[in-house]
Every structure is written in C-alpha cells, then in structure tokens.
Design a protein around this ligand. Structure first.
Ligand code: ATP
Ligand code: MG
Length: 550
C-alpha cells in the first residue's frame, strides 16, 4: 500500500525546493547568477553530489561556459581546463534529449576523465531548450543509488524554468546594453555639436565603443597621403604610442576595408591573407573587427577593434552593428571637420578679397585722382607762358606729389604696418593713434591692460585692423570730439572697447557697399570671437570685441 507519510514528505520537500528555485530564478537578472542558481537547485532537488551547466557556443558544437557546483575551487584548479564537450557531454549537445546512465565510464561513447578529476559514475543530463533551440545542458552526477525517473522529471521541470530565467536575463542584459549604447551614442551626438577638436571626438568615439563591445583596443584610422592610413585615435591596452602611426593602405586589412567600404570580422588574424601579420604581431592581436566610416557612399576612415575580452575572443554580429553606429558618428565628425576647414579657408580668402576691393577703391579714388591732377598740372607746366608761371605750376605740382606720396605711404602702412610685426599690437596702435592725432582734431585715448607678452599673430592683426577701421569710421562718419580705446586680457579672452562721442548711426540704414563693419565681423568670426555694436543715434558709438586666446 501507499508508502508512509515520510516518502510524501520527501516528495513535498523536493517540490518545494523546485518552486523555491523557480521563484529565486525569476528574481535574478544577471545571467551569471542565474546559471549558478540553476546548477545549485538541480543538485539540491536531486541530491546529486556534483552538478554542472554547459552553455553551447555559437557554432552549436562546443561548450563556451561551464558552471559547476560540488567541486571546490582547489579541485577545479587541479583539473585544469574546462570540458569542451566531447564524450558523453557531446552526446547531449548533438542530441538534445535527457540521458540517464548508471555508470558513466561504461558507456562506449565516454572518453574518460582528465587527471585529478573526482570519480563520477551515475549520470543524468537534461537539455535547456530556449524556443526549441538548445541553450545548454544540465549535467548531474554521483547520486547515491543512481538517478530515478522522478529525478529526471523534476530536472526537466527545472530546466524549463531555467530556460525562461535565462531568456529573461539575456533580455535584461541586452536591454541594459542597448540603453548603455543609446547613452553613449547620445553623448557622442552631444559632443558632435559642442566639440570642435576632431582628435578629441574620435578619442571619445573610440573609448565609448571599446567599452561597449568590450574590445581590448580600438583604433580609428584616417587616410593620409596617397597610399597610407594614419592612426588618429588609439585607446585600450597596447595602444600606447600608436597615435600618429602611419601604415600602408594597399597592404593592410584596414586599407582593404577602406577601399571596399564594407565591415568585416576576422576571427583569426593569422589565417587572413589580407592581414598585415607584422602589425598583428605588433598589436599582439588575435581577432579583429573592421568598420569603415562612410559619408555619402565614400569611405573616409576605418574603425579597427582587436580582441574581444572574455572567454571568446571573437566579435559577434551585435558588435558589428554597434560599431557601425559609432562609425556613422565618427564619419560625421570627420566630414564636419573637413568642411569647417574648407569653410575657414573660404572665409579667409573672402576676407582677403574684401581687403583688396577696398584698397583698389582707395587707389582708384584717391591715388588715381591725385595722379590725374598731376597730369593736368604737367599740362599747365607745358602750356606755361613764362618762367613765373612755370614755377607756380611746378610748386603746386610738388604739393600734389607730396600729398600723393603720403597717401601711398599710408596705404602701404594699411596693408601691413611694420610696427605690428616688429613690436606687437600696443606699440603699433600707439603709432596709429599718433598719426590719427596728427591728422584730426579728435582727442584719442589708448589704454592697454594687455601686459607685455605678445598675442598670437592673427589676434594682433585682427585687433589692429579692427581698431584702425573703427578710427577711420570715427573720422569719416562720427563727428566726434573724443575716442577711447581700452584693451583688456582676462580669462583666456582679449577684449577691445572703442567708444566715441559722435552722432551714432542706425545699423539698419547702412549703405550697401560699405565694407568696414562687414570686414570686422568676418575677421572676429574667424577667430571664434564676438563683435557687438551699440550706436544709438545721437549718443556716440561703442564697439566691443572679444576674441579667445589659447
Ligand atoms: N563711429 C561711427 N559713427 C557714426 N557712424 C558710423 C560709425 N561707424 C560706422 N558708421 C556708419 O556705419 C556705416 C558702415 O560703416 P562701414 O565701416 O561698414 O562702411 P564705410 O565706413 O561707410 O565704408 P568703408 O568702411 O567700406 O570704407 C557707415 O557708412 C556709417 O554710416
Ligand atoms: Mg568704414
């Protein structure tokens, strides 16, 4: 008749353990902990001395992870390498059905144990199936008296729960991975807007990517010259000293990927004939991931990652996808910086053009007119009737020539005052102010708080030109009595304030061919500075310039 309450109690205990295990499993989110709990629960429920869980790798042929319970870490260490899935373990990999043996060693498919392995005889193996695909197997050994039908059934129940828990943990891990990816991409997106230094942007892309795909090192290479690639960013272990390193485009894997414009994964660098083995050795790299930076169907560089960290060195499809996202950002950064460089050049050229137009105008208006007058004067000399007429005509000619000479000198100084090169901004301005005083009745004060050091050449030139134009405008338009110029250097900026007490003007009503203020803005903009103009009608004009100085 039915066994006593004791057996029932044992059965109930085991069911309870199973339910407990199920609850514990659902609350666990890290895959590692889930696997460890599954193994422990399997051992507890069946009373097996040892339990293990082998995770099947991408090839579906071998085990990539082996989580155990029952073995001390010492025993583990003595056995050495983890099983790869040969023998009986392999049977379950190839045929995902429960397998029960009374004596492991007696099965013809067994391959035996490595040295220092504890003896194991009774065996129960059960697959963990995720949507019909074997994720791994649970292996139990050494149950006193051998495993029963009931054990098999309970472990199958546990395996079903385990499958759900593994799936959850995987989803959770990929969700956290995705959110980290989004965060990084977002960070890079922000940097693309705010950061102007290409180097720093590429460094950021490389280091965020390295973290996300867990690569040992990540490089970003850009073309350099006819047939070379140059490392523009290098992060991770072994990347020291690689920044700036240049290598052949045609004789390297990165170069091939650059030409083909398609991502590639290399699981064994030494086996790929396109890989330059010398550099692979130099990086001590085994695996690689190559992703081109693409802008408008054209490759502008390549991201290279080496050696995924962890038990498996190979990169996966996910890694390729993430890297392509990062490559798209890096490509935008490279494209932007190329365009900014082109734009800056264009603006410099247009700034020079502006200057030329003005000088041409002055040459035409002033010098040209003066020379015409001289020609007319010469005619007077020719036509002179007597010596006194000749002297008179010659005297007025001389005056004209002197004035023109002065004009030409002034133009030369305007082109490039020698004092600016030789002595720096303040002495050149002092000279400018002196000339200004000589030629006008406007009082001018110059105050410099710049100190003695020289400023970068482009800053000196810009400020000089700007103040020169401002003073010219005062003479031409302001009807002012006094002008003051104050220069200050503070917090990495140099600022100049030019103020007159003239009649001011309406910025909206400036004639179309005026070049002075436009030129000022261009110059200041090129240096990344700011120009503000306040000119309320009747209350003078104030120009405030601020330019950054590194
Ligand atoms: N300090 C000032 N006081 C009064 N009006 C001014 C002053 N500076 C500029 N303006 C007004 O702004 C206009 C534009 O100045 P801007 O320097 O651009 O051109 P411009 O001096 O007329 O010609 P250009 O500088 O090309 O020889 C001037 O025509 C003038 O009406
Ligand atoms: Mg002007």
């Amino acid at each position: 008749m039915a066994p006593t309450g004791e057996v029932d109690k044992a059965a109930i205990d085991r069911l309870r353990a199973l339910v407990d295990a199920g609850i514990a499993l659902t609350s666990e989110l890290s895959l590692d902990s889930v696997l460890q709990r599954i193994v422990e629960a399997a051992a507890t429920i069946t009373g097996a001395k040892y339990a293990a869980l082998g995770v099947i790798d991408r090839s579906g042929q071998r085990l990539e992870r082996f989580v155990t319970t029952g073995l001390s870490s010492d025993e583990h260490a003595r056995i050495g390498e983890l099983p790869r899935g040969r023998g009986i373990l392999g049977v379950l990999i190839n045929d995902a059905r429960p397998l029960r043996l009374e004596e492991l060693g007696r099965d013809p498919r067994a391959v035996g144990f490595p040295p220092n392995h504890p003896p194991m005889s009774s065996f129960l193996g059960v697959p963990i199936l995720l949507r019909g695909v074997a994720y791994g197997n649970l292996y139990l050994t050494e149950k006193p008296g051998g495993f029963t039908d009931e054990d098999e059934e309970l472990v199958m129940l546990l395996a079903a729960q385990a499958a759900v828990a593994v799936e959850n943990a995987r989803l959770y891990e990929s969700a956290t991975r995705w959110s980290r990816q989004l965060e990084s991409l977002n960070e890079i997106g922000m940097a693309l807007i705010g950061e102007l230094e290409l180097d720093r942007l590429l460094e950021l892309v490389a280091s965020s990517l390295r973290e996300l795909i867990r690569a040992r090192m990540v490089l970003i290479v850009l073309p350099s010259g006819e047939d070379a690639l140059r490392v523009e960013a290098a992060v991770g272990q072994g990347s020291d000293g690689l920044h700036g390193w240049t290598f052949s485009r045609s004789a390297s894997k990165a170069g091939r990927v650059f030409s083909r414009g398609r991502s590639e994964r290399v699981d064994e660098l030494l086996e790929d004939p396109e890989v330059d083995h010398e550099s692979a050795r130099r990086f001590a790299a085994r695996t690689g991931l190559y992703v081109p930076l693409i802008v408008r169907d054209r490759a502008t560089g390549v991201i290279v990652a080496h050696d995924k960290q962890g038990p498996d060195n190979r990169f996966g499809d996910d890694d390729v996808r993430v890297s392509e996202q990062f490559a798209a950002r890096a490509a935008t950064a490279v494209d932007l910086s190329e365009r900014v460089a082109r734009d800056a050049l264009r603006r410099v050229l247009s700034g020079q053009e502006l200057e030329r137009r003005r000088l041409a105008r002055e040459l035409h208006d002033e010098t040209g007119q003066a020379l015409t007058s001289i020609l007319l004067g010469l005619k007077n000399v020719e036509d002179a009737k007597d010596a006194s007429n000749v002297r008179e005509a010659a005297a007025s000619l001389r005056q004209l020539v002197v004035a023109t000479l002065q004009d030409v000198r002034r133009l030369a100084v305007e082109l490039r005052p020698k004092a600016l090169d030789d002595f720096g901004l303040v002495p050149a301005l002092e000279r400018l102010v002196e000339t200004f005083r000589e030629h006008t009745s406007i009082e001018v004060q110059l105050e410099s708080q710049l100190g003695d050091g020289r400023l970068p050449e482009e800053v000196e030139t810009t400020l000089y030109r700007l103040i020169q134009e401002a003073l010219t405008n005062v003479v031409k338009h302001a009807q002012a009595h006094t002008v003051s110029i104050i220069l200050v250097r503070r917090d990495g900026n140099v600022s100049a304030l030019i103020e007159d007490d003239g009649r001011g003007f309406d910025p909206e009503a400036i004639r179309d061919d005026a070049l002075g203020l436009v030129g000022m803005r261009e110059r200041v903009g090129l240096l990344g500075g700011r120009l503000t103009i306040e000119a309320p009608t009747g209350a003078g004009t104030t120009l405030a310039v601020e330019v950054p100085v590194r």
